[in-house]
Each structure stands twice: as structure tokens, then as C-alpha cells.
Design a protein around this ligand. Structure first.
Ligand code: A3D
Length: 320
């Protein structure tokens, strides 16, 4: 059977890391696309030359021509610009919306059967725009944010409790922005919910609140340290987990920016919710019950996402 084909649209910091991870995990053959001439070709060749040492058989090709993504099973989109210190994700809207138009049209023409994972910020609005421009089925277009935000939350929690990150689960809902909603009630250590761990004296409510805030600010913390761009190792690793769930029909329960129409009382919006990812793409949105405070935080986050979608419509009349 032919190997799956993975197209990476954007060969920057995240794109290059995605290619490396996809090859090492032998998820399939990789095509790196970028408008910058030489960059995808150079990264693909460098990575291919690591193959004999790392021991993988995937092929890697760099290109500036959308025709080369033909027949892709998965497209992961990082094309656009990242944040610099002092910028919010929303500041990227105008420039990255134009990029989503060209990428959406490229995918529509050459890889209409692909499962598409968007990473470009501001995430929830860009995944919506990418779906509009590409015209692909909504269950086949999804945004990566929740897996990363949850991973950051899990990392901080494991440090606080001094336990393996593998035994910490966490849920982060809502838009990928300052209004994201880390859900402590649904986050656990070895199955024990965080509020119970506070009662058990493992941590204090103040410390937990600080960890929640650090999770919300997780992206900005890295931008502040790097100064020239934003996080890329953890974002790439998170998107690869989603791609693998699709390619191997794993039915993973993962928080993603998915099209929600009916669940959570929403009428058609891309926002971060728990989903089941398998061979059908987003096979299910898990409609969990929220407490009053959680619902209020989620509503605020939903309003922020709606505001960005309206801003996109204001910029590009074809989206209205
Ligand atoms: P960077 O290293 O700048 O790579 C972006 C690449 O996109 C560059 O190589 C550009 O040449 C390329 N590009 C620009 N315009 C086009 C176009 N029209 N078609 C094809 N390629 C193009 O950025 P990065 O990889 O660090 O980040 C990529 C995106 O991911 C940014 O928008 C970040 O804000 C976003 N990001 C999202 C998360 C989430 O959790 C959602 C996390 C980290 C970064």
C-alpha cells in the first residue's frame, strides 16, 4: 500500500519541525510548500539527509508549486506570520487572512480530499476562513490549539505535583487567545480532579489559579523569550498528534477548534471543544456540561471568536 502523503503548507519554524516529526514517526511522505524560494527545498533536503542516520524511509520534497501537494491525505497549514513581542494573536488577522485565501484555493484545487489542520493565528478565525476559502467539508477542516494549550497546562501541573506528565490530563476549551478556558474540574492527576487535589492539600487554590493564568499566557511567555517568533516545537508536536489520529483512525479524544453547530448551544462556529478524531476527520463534538462560571468564561471566549470572524468578513467581502 502506498504511504500516506502529508503536505505542509508553510515551511517556517513549525513547518520544518512538522516535517521532522512526520518523517521520524514515519507517518508518510512529506511535501513542504512555501512561497519563499529555496526554503522548503533546503529544509526537505536537509531532513532527507538525516534519514539514513535516523532510519526512516519517508521521502521529503520541497516546493513552491501547489501542484506538488496533489493527492495529499493530510495538509497542515502554518503559512503566514507569527507574533513578535507586544503583539496579540489578533494583530495578525489582516495579513494572515490573505494568506488563508491563497492556501484555501490551493488546497481546493489540488488536495480536496485531505484532512486539513490549521495552525495559523488568530487560530479560530483563520480555520473558519480557511474552510470558507477551500470549501472542504467542515468535519475535514480543524484547528490545532487545544492540544497545545492542554499540553502546556499538563506540563505546569506535573511540575507543581512532582508527577509524570503522562499521568496528568487536562482540558482547555474556547478560543485560542486570552479568553481560553482551562477546565480544572475535567483536569486530573491519575483520574483525581484538580479541585479534589486542592482539598487533599496537594496544592492551593492560589497556586492552581496561577497555573491557569500561566497556561493562558503560555504563548506570550515563549514569544517574550524568543523575541523573533513564537513557539514551534510544542505546536508542531500537537498537530502531529492530530494528524496521526486521523491517519490511523485512532478515535482520539482531543480538544480542537472544530465546527460546532448545535452542541454547546452554538449555531455554527469554529471554537475549541473536545472532539473525537478518526478516519472521518472530526467524527464527534463532545458536548460536555459546563458549570455556571465555566459557561460564563466559555461565552466570553465565544464572543471574542465571533468578533474576529466578523472582522474577517469586514476585510474580505467574499466571506460575508
Ligand atoms: P514562520 O517561521 O514565520 O513560518 C511561516 C512560513 O509561512 C514562512 O516560511 C513564510 O514564508 C510562509 N508563508 C507566508 N505567506 C505564505 C503563503 N501565502 N503561502 C505559503 N507560505 C507562506 O512562522 P511559524 O512557523 O513560527 O508560525 C506559523 C503560524 O503558526 C503563525 O501564524 C503563528 O502565529 C501560528 N502559531 C499558532 C499556534 C497555535 O497554537 C494555534 C502556536 C504557535 C504558532
Amino acid at each position: 500500500m502506498a504511504r500516506p502523503r502529508i503536505a505542509l503548507i508553510g515551511a517556517g519554524q513549525i513547518g520544518g519541525t512538522l516535517a521532522h516529526l512526520a518523517a521520524i514517526k514515519e507517518l508518510g511522505d512529506v511535501v513542504l510548500f512555501d512561497i519563499a524560494e529555496g526554503v522548503p527545498q533546503g529544509k526537505a533536503l536537509d531532513l532527507a539527509e538525516s534519514g539514513p542516520v535516523a532510519g526512516f524511509d519517508a521521502t521529503l520534497k520541497g516546493t513552491n508549486d501547489y501542484a506538488d501537494i496533489a493527492g495529499a491525505d493530510v495538509c497542515i497549514v502554518t503559512a503566514g506570520v507569527p507574533r513578535k513581542p507586544g503583539m496579540s494573536r489578533d494583530d495578525l488577522l489582516g495579513i494572515n487572512l490573505k494568506v488563508m485565501k491563497s492556501v484555501g484555493e490551493g488546497i481546493k484545487a489540488h488536495a480536496p480530499d485531505a484532512f486539513v489542520i490549521c495552525i495559523t493565528n488568530p487560530l479560530d478565525a483563520m480555520v473558519w476562513a480557511l474552510r470558507e476559502f477551500s470549501g472542504l467539508p467542515r468535519e475535514k477542516v480543524v484547528g490545532m490549539a487545544g492540544v497545545l494549550d492542554s499540553a502546556r497546562f499538563r506540563h505546569f501541573l506535573s511540575l507543581e505535583f512532582g508527577v509524570s506528565m503522562r499521568d496528568v490530563t487536562a482540558f482547555v476549551l474556547g478560543g485560542h487567545g486570552d479568553t481560553m478556558v482551562p477546565l480544572t474540574r475535567y483536569s486530573t492527576v491519575g483520574g483525581i480532579p484538580l479541585p479534589d487535589l486542592v482539598e487533599m492539600g496537594w496544592t492551593t487554590q492560589d497556586k492552581l489559579d496561577a497555573i491557569v493564568q500561566r497556561t493562558r499566557d503560555g504563548g506570550a511567555e515563549i514569544v517574550g523569550l524568543l523575541k523573533t517568533g513564537s513557539a514551534f516545537y510544542a505546536p508542531a508536536t500537537s498537530a502531529i498528534e492530530m494528524a496521526e489520529a486521523y491517519l490511523k483512525d485512532q478515535k482520539r479524544v482531543l480538544p480542537c477548534a472544530a465546527w460546532v453547530d448545535g452542541a454547546f448551544g452554538l449555531k455554527g462556529l469554529y471554537v475549541g471543544v473536545p472532539t473525537v478524531i478518526g478516519a472521518g476527520g472530526v467524527e464527534r463534538v463532545v458536548d460536555i456540561k459546563l458549570g455556571r462560571d465555566e459557561q460564563a468564561m466559555f461565552d466570553k471566549s465565544v464572543d471574542a471568536v465571533k468578533g474576529l470572524v466578523e472582522a474577517c468578513k469586514g476585510i474580505d467581502g467574499t466571506l460575508a
